[in-house]
Ligand binder design. Structure first.
Ligand code: TEU
Ligand code: CA
Length: 550
């Protein structure tokens, strides 16, 4: 799809396991998604990104794939999937599938054949000699511990950048790359024309594996030596017309321009995460620090300007199934919850790029605030609990850290109603529903014309209505402000001025003195007229449109 078309699209991300349970087993499923299509169509979104729906031991909730061409029976049948696709299509909505090709589950038949001695399938993975207790390199798994696991049947170590049950695939092997293409063609044959590629910039490993004397090894395999070659191959194999988004772990702007400039023939767009690490201390997710707002703004500006100058294309977002809830992280959970949710949405949805809405974000859902280990399900979080415990961190501090950073914050079930389990399930939910579903739920939002939900609906509609939002030039404003993120979008003689007060106190702003009297397209508070000097209320966002003169 061309960037000019992508510019008018909005993607809604569904964490299937937590979206809607249809059969009372406490686990979200595909018929559940189908039952909510009218709600999703009401938002005006164009694609539904489904997190992995394939057979999996669920060690990493589906990002440990055991069969790429089937449906996890917990989520339903292939018929359920085909029904979902057909029903979504009737509503003008496409399905985006999540493709996890950096690794497979060790339950996958490829890995099982490898450890049974099949040399063909051993070459599907990454093995290195060593002796038990002495891994080939000091690389660390992103889920903690060594990135190498000794496999006694093979008598070698295998690489796992994530969980020990997620064995990295050997993309140097043409047979692996052929398998990937076959899998994509299989789903294309089902009418799927959009794909998310999980940590795709990690698939190209270095020719030589060596210890990292200044990090966890990521500098050797991130945006690796043959990554652009592999993505070009995929594109040439008939996926150039599909909508493709690459999740880029610890990537660089230069690479992301190359990944997404249409002239390169690689991907449609990318997720980068630098703007979601400005509350990390020393780059460590598990060391809490107040959000460095100046750094956040500078990163948003850098990536908007850099991708714009390079002809690249950003997916623009605050959250997904790996991130805490933005209202809790960057906004306010209390008095200004709805206002701050609207402000955060405005900041993203007026940007140059394709916006992503993560389930529940449109309701202003918040973090879970779990206080016991048995409430957590995320392997990264439970691993981290034990690591912090072994480091002697007090239990109370551990739960403060997990409460702020755990991926389970974004995975608590969708809050549909104020009723039992938020209307997500009639059974026992696999992960507890946030108790505040009593007040924060879709039913309440649908009944309130001033709700966060209708604000998102309007943002989506504005993108479709105004080319200046889709393809207008981005330029920063007020870059030195400690409280306000502001920018313009211009197209022809038309200018949007976007201002967002990220603070719980009023903020004075100095804005361009442009000719004409603008209309306010949207705002998180009731309207105030535009003036070059004005004061924004707490968490106030507003978008003013100056029409072309003459
Ligand atoms: O995430 C990549 C990844 O690194 C995330 O796990 C995130 O950066 C990290 O949790 C932040 O601490 C993708 C998927 O989105 C994630 O759910 C999977 O667990 C991971 O890859 C492995 O497939
Ligand atoms: Ca179910």
């Amino acid at each position: 799809m061309k960037q000019s078309e992508l510019a008018g699209k909005v993607v809604y991300q569904i964490y299937v396991k937590s979206f809607q349970d249809s059969n009372g087993d406490g686990i979200g499923d595909l018929p559940g998604v189908t039952s909510r299509l009218d709600y999703l169509a009401g938002l005006g979104v164009d694609y539904l990104w489904l997190t992995p729906i394939y057979p999996s031991p669920q060690r990493d909730n589906g990002y440990d794939v055991a069969d790429y061409r089937a449906i996890n029976p917990q989520y339903g049948t292939m018929q359920d999937f085909e029904t979902l696709c057909a029903e979504a299509k009737k509503r003008g909505i496409g399905i985006m599938l999540d493709m996890v090709f950096n690794h497979t589950s060790t339950d996958h038949q490829w890995f099982q054949k490898a450890i049974a001695g099949d040399k063909t399938y051993q070459d599907y993975y990454i093995w290195r000699d060593g002796v038990p207790g002495a891994p080939p390199t000091n690389w660390e798994s992103k889920f903690g511990g060594s990135a190498w696991q000794w496999e006694e049947h093979v008598g070698k170590y295998y690489l796992h950048l994530f969980d020990v049950t997620q064995a990295d695939l050997n993309w140097e092997n043409p047979a692996v790359r052929r398998e990937v293409c076959d899998i994509l063609h299989f789903w294309r044959g089902k009418g799927v024309d959009a794909f998310r590629f999980d940590v795709v910039n990690l698939i190209s490993k270095p020719d030589v594996f060596e210890d990292d004397d200044r990090g966890d090894g990521r500098r050797f395999y991130t945006d690796g030596p043959r990554i652009h070659q592999y993505l070009k191959e995929l594109h040439a194999q008939g996926f150039g017309d599909a909508v493709t988004v690459g999740e880029m772990s610890s990537t660089s702007l230069d690479n992301c321009v190359r990944y997404t400039n249409p002239d390169e023939g690689e991907l449609s767009m990318v997720f980068s995460f630098h703007h979601l690490k400005t509350d990390y201390k020393n780059g460590d997710k598990w060391q809490l620090e107040p959000n460095r707002f100046g750094e956040l703004k500078a990163l948003l500006d850098k990536w908007q300007l850099g991708m714009q100058a390079g002809g690249g294309w950003n997916a623009v977002f605050w959250c997904n199934h790996d991130q805490p809830r933005p209202v809790s992280r960057f906004g306010d959970e209390g008095r200004y919850r709805e206002v701050s949710a609207k402000m955060l949405a405005t900041a993203i949805h007026m940007l140059r790029g394709t916006p992503y809405i993560y389930q529940g974000e449109e309701l202003g859902m918040t973090n879970a605030h779990f206080t016991r280990l048995d409430q957590y399900r995320d392997v990264e979080s439970t691993n981290r609990y034990h690591i912090l415990k072994e480091q002697g961190v007090p239990e109370e501090e551990i739960f403060r850290i997990l409460g702020a950073r755990s991926r389970d914050n974004g995975r608590t079930p969708m809050q549909w109603t104020a009723g039992p389990n938020g209307g997500f399930t009639t059974g026992t939910p696999w992960l507890a529903v946030n108790e505040n579903t009593a007040a924060i739920n879709a039913a309440a939002c649908l009944a309130d014309p001033d709700s966060v939900l209708y604000y998102y609906k309007k943002l989506v509609a504005l993108r479709k209505q105004y080319p200046v939002i889709q393809v207008g030039e981005y330029a920063p404003l007020m870059t030195g402000s400690p409280d306000v993120y502001a920018y313009t979008r211009t197209l022809g003689g038309e200018t949007l001025v976007v201002v967002c007060n990220f603070c719980a106190r009023p903020a004075a702003v100095t804005l361009p003195a442009l000719p004409g009297s603008p209309e306010r397209l949207i705002g998180s508070w009731d309207e105030q007229p535009y003036a070059p000097s004005m004061t924004l209320r707490p968490y106030e966002a507003a978008v003013y449109r100056f029409a072309a003169q003459g």
